[in-house]
Each structure stands twice: as C-alpha cells, then as structure tokens.
Design a binder for this molecule. Structure first.
Ligand code: TYD
Length: 206
C-alpha cells in the first residue's frame, strides 16, 4: 500500500533558520524511509524561477498588490505542478514558505487586507492547506544579524517591517494552533532541530 502524502510548510521571518531546519527534516524523514520532496516559494522551478527573480531583485517601485499577486501566481503554478502531484503520489512535501508568508509579509508587514489575502491564497491553492506548519520564531535583532549585509529586496524592507512580520506569524499561530506550531529559533541549530523533531514525531504518530 502506498504511504499517505503530507504537505509540511516551514515559515518565519528572514534569518529565522527555517531553511536549515527544513533540510534537516528532509534528511530525518528520508532516513525513516519516507519519500520526501523539498521545495520552496517563491520560485521552486520553471516559470516560478522567473517570478522569483522579479520579486527579489527588481529594483524599481513595486505596488504592494503587484507584489502579492506575483507571490500568488508563483504559488498557483507550484501547487498545480509540484505539490499536488507529489502529495497524491504518497510523498511528503517539505516546503520552505507558502501561504502564511503572504499573510505575514504582505498582510501584517505591508498592511494589505488580510481577509482579501486569505481569499486570494485560497484561490491560488485550490483550497489545499498544509497538514502541518512550523513557524520559527526569533527576535528581529538576532534574525537581522543572521541575514548578513547582502540583502535582497524583501530583506531590505527595514526592522519595523520585520517586527510586524514576526508578530504576524505569532498571530497566525494563535488563530490556527492545530496546524501551526511555533518553535523558539533563538537557540542553537541542534536544540531547534530537537524541538522540531518532537513536533514532527507527534504529528506522524497521531
Ligand atoms: P528567500 O530568499 O527565499 O528568503 P528566505 O530564505 O528567507 O525564505 O526570499 C523570499 C522572500 O520573499 C522572503 O523575504 C519572504 C518573502 N515572501 C513574501 O513576502 N511573501 C510570500 O508569499 C512569500 C512566499 C515570500
């Protein structure tokens, strides 16, 4: 019998360490015998990579809703071409950023209407939701030092913006405690991974 597929997302402000954790989780799950697909937004592959280039490196003015629609366009392509088929084939999709990034960054960060963004997220994904979401929570000051000095367009948005993004994630977790689990990411990589594994094991064993 084929395994049941799962869709697991990794979220948090820039510099929270989620990419490192998602890669550790991929390896951990593969060692347990699961078939895992690691992917990310924006720009997993194909057309999405062109959208990613625009989103992160275009250096003119970008209207907030244009930015939102580009992330959503990438998501629609990603869900249809990669995430849905992989989950249907019984794989575990480990995805670095997804719908909650739009709510945290474009909604809480940029101030766009959160109800509308939720509606648009739903349209883009065909209402497919992650089975489990990790939010790696780190103080904005620590996160900024991790990002370093070579910043892309989003990372350059300023400390006040990133504080709002962080609060946005905590708010999302409060609203959906079953799906969204917060991990304290101020700790070492090893400790954060221990905490992540506990949540993951509990999810897989339920
Ligand atoms: P990326 O280089 O992938 O950063 P990270 O390693 O932190 O994930 O850049 C993605 C940037 O795009 C990041 O700053 C978050 C932002 N973003 C949004 O603003 N909205 C979205 O819907 C998504 C998916 C990402």
């Amino acid at each position: 019998m084929k395994n049941k597929g799962y869709f697991i997302t990794f979220e948090g402000a820039d510099g929270c360490g989620k990419t490192t954790q998602s890669e550790l989780v991929q390896k951990y799950l593969e060692d347990k015998g699961f078939e895992v697909v690691w992917t990310r937004e924006p720009g997993a592959k194909g057309l999405g990579q062109n959208i990613r280039q625009l989103l992160l490196h275009y250096d003119g003015d970008v209207a907030p809703m244009c930015e939102a629609f580009l992330f959503l366009a990438d998501r629609a392509q990603h869900i249809e071409h990669l995430i849905k088929p992989a989950v249907a084939a019984g794989k575990i999709v480990v995805c670095d950023r997804h719908t909650d990034s739009t709510i945290a960054y474009q909604g809480y960060g940029r101030g766009e209407d959160i109800g509308q963004l939720k509606y648009l997220n739903n349209l883009a994904t065909g209402a497919i939701k992650p089975d489990l979401t990790f939010v790696f929570d780190v103080s904005t000051e620590v996160a900024q030092t991790r990002v370093g000095s070579e910043k892309d367009r989003m990372e350059s948005a300023g400390i006040e913006f990133h504080k709002k993004v962080r609060q946005g994630y905590l708010e999302i977790a409060k609203q959906e405690p079953e799906r969204v689990k917060v991990v304290d990411a101020n700790n070492s990589i090893e400790k954060v991974f221990e905490d992540t594994k506990k949540i993951l094991d509990a999810f897989l064993n339920q």
